[in-house]
Design a protein around this ligand. Structure first.
Ligand SMILES: Cc1cc2nc3c(=O)[nH]c(=O)nc-3n(C[C@H](O)[C@H](O)[C@H](O)COP(=O)(O)OP(=O)(O)OC[C@H]3O[C@@H](n4cnc5c(N)ncnc54)[C@H](O)[C@@H]3O)c2cc1C
Length: 504
């Protein structure tokens, strides 16, 4: 019997297992494949995801291995027409990671497997889930290649065609677009995008993008133009094979004016937009692509998956340790489903705008889009909105059972104190206020680090918009769990009682 069984060792499953292992919870993780993916797939790790990976000790390694990307440049017919920063104005002081990181998914996964190993958990490869049954103690999972596994909870992080989701009979409604996309990792023959930038070429068929992924390796992506796929081949979400090299080279030369020397990897895929009707059934949860899939516009998929995993796993960890009430788990779907809906809607709109084949849309892209982008990029609110949208720093969890008080639910400034997976309480006021709060916290088993912010510390006070005496409880995922007056301990304990178990 284990506390948690994680099914699927993609980004969502690996992050969930790592958080649980860090919290000292008994966790097993199985995957039907023989090892981590070998393709580069999701190649952009956004600000919010780096902040989350930092909490499990993976961000620094990822940053050391990846390519920092800070701007997007838009080209039309070979001419640069606009530039957007990928980081907001002054964002150096607003996050420890003021860039989008170009890092291939296989490398991200290997870093996570390594971190999990350091915590004493090995992924059980070649172990496919084939059945799930409810038992009084939780769930019995039937797997190919090993004895059945009993667990109190199961995290279904087994991707778009999730066996867990199917075993639960949870619908996956949505649509599949006629349009398909193409991804390729190539070695360019000259004319690379400027370092640290994503180059987008605006073409009548949509955007074609290009950015550096590592030494001598660039990612090319775009909506699939007619004639690139070999006739009669079926395109699925899974990579089905290479794009013929000669066609890929011709396409890159035509739309991006770029000569390709070698093609390392390429994939055509059909774009889906689907959402699971529930993210939970009793002790079983869905996370990542098992819960939602969408167009790759904006490179949000893996980032959304990692966000799910952290949100779910810290809650499961505290409940498994007997430190939080079971009802905290209800907040997983309450918080993450609206985020998934927003991302799906945005990615769908982006993809539709980008690829619509209606003559008016083609004309608009050819004659208006360039001018509209050139104009919009001059407006600071637009630039800021673009940064927030792609970096996932917009994500907030207001008005739900796991947050309370003033402005609670939002991302803490700078992604929160770099306090690992502990709750962290900032007390703005004199040390006596800190002692009173610490005494109140003593009633609960959950470990919380308390930091008294002295009156002279204006920087943090401004960031948190705190008027002493004030306190802010930051959750292990860097969101504000509670904020309110430090002298109203009744309000604080009412919030804590909703979530945490009192010491007996
Ligand atoms: C070709 C391709 C290109 C992509 N490009 C991009 C991109 O450019 N940008 C972007 O953001 N996203 C991209 N994505 C999507 C991105 O890879 C996913 O959003 C991300 O991997 C989701 O992570 P996950 O952990 O939820 O699922 P997955 O990464 O799919 O991991 C699921 C894991 O579960 C395992 N599994 C499945 N069934 C079982 C079972 N029955 N038992 C045990 N294990 C099982 C699988 O082997 C797999 O390891 C791409 C996907 C593909 C296929």
């Amino acid at each position: 019997m284990t506390d948690v069984l994680v099914v699927g060792a993609g980004p969502a499953g690996l992050v969930a297992a790592t958080v649980l292992a860090e919290l000292g919870v008994a966790v097993r993780i199985v995957d039907r494949d023989a090892g981590p993916v070998e393709q580069s797939r999701a190649a952009i790790v956004h600000v919010r995801t780096l902040e989350l990976l930092d909490r499990i000790g993976v961000a620094e390694r990822a940053v050391a291995e990846g390519v920092r990307t800070t701007a997007v440049e838009v080209f039309e017919r070979g001419r640069r027409i606009a530039g957007f920063p990928l980081v907001g104005r002054g964002s150096e002081g607003r996050t420890p990671f003021p860039f989008a990181l170009g890092l291939a998914q296989d490398r991200t996964e290997r870093l996570l497997v390594e971190r999990l190993g350091q915590l004493g958990v090995r992924v059980e490869w070649d172990t496919e889930l084939i059945g799930l049954h409810r038992v009084p103690s939780g769930v019995r999972a039937v797997v190919r290649g090993a004895e059945p596994i009993e667990a109190r909870w199961v995290v279904g992080a087994d991707g778009a065609s999730s066996s867990v989701r199917r075993a639960l009979g949870i619908g996956f409604a949505g649509r599949t677009y006629d349009q398909a996309g193409v991804l390729a990792d190539v070695r360019l023959d000259g004319d690379p995008p400027a370092d640290g930038t994503i180059r987008l070429h605006l073409t009548p068929g949509g955007f074609v993008g290009l950015f550096r992924l590592g030494p001598d390796r660039h990612r090319v992506f775009g909506a699939l133009p007619r004639g690139l796929a070999p006739a009669g081949t079926e395109i699925s979400h899974e990579p089905y094979g290479d794009v013929p090299e000669d066609r890929l080279r011709r396409w890159c030369a035509e739309v991006a004016g770029t000569a390709v020397r070698d093609v390392h990897w390429s994939a055509l895929f059909r774009v889906h937009s689907r959402l699971a009707e529930r993210f939970r059934s009793g002790p079983v949860f869905l996370a990542g692509d098992a819960a939602h899939i969408h167009s790759p516009a904006g490179g949000q998929g893996m980032n959304l998956a990692i966000g799910d995993a952290v949100n779910l796993a810290w809650k499961l960890g505290l409940v498994a340790r007997g430190e939080a009430h079971e009802r905290l788990l209800d907040s997983y779907e309450a918080e993450r489903m609206p985020v998934a809906v927003t991302v799906l809607r945005g990615a769908d709109r982006g993809f539709a705008l980008e690829t619509a084949a209606h003559p008016a849309a083609v004309w608009g892209r050819a004659h208006l889009a360039g001018r509209a982008i050139t104009f919009a990029q001059r407006l600071p609110p637009v630039r800021h909105a673009v940064f927030r949208l792609f970096s996932q720093t917009w994500i907030t969890y207001r008005d739900n059972p796991a947050t309370g008080g003033v402005r609670a639910g939002g991302r803490a400034p700078c992604g929160g104190p770099r306090a690992g997976l502990r709750h962290h309480l900032l007390v703005f006021g004199d040390p006596a206020a800190g002692w009173a709060v610490e005494a109140a916290l003593d009633a609960y088993a959950v470990p919380v680090s308390v930091e008294v912010v002295p009156a002279g510390e204006h920087g943090l006070r401004r960031q948190y918009r705190a008027r002493p005496p004030w306190l802010v409880l930051v959750r292990p995922d860097g969101h504000i769990g509670y904020a309110g007056p430090a002298d109203d301990l009744d309000a604080l304990t009412a919030h804590l009682d909703r979530i945490f178990v009192r010491r007996s």
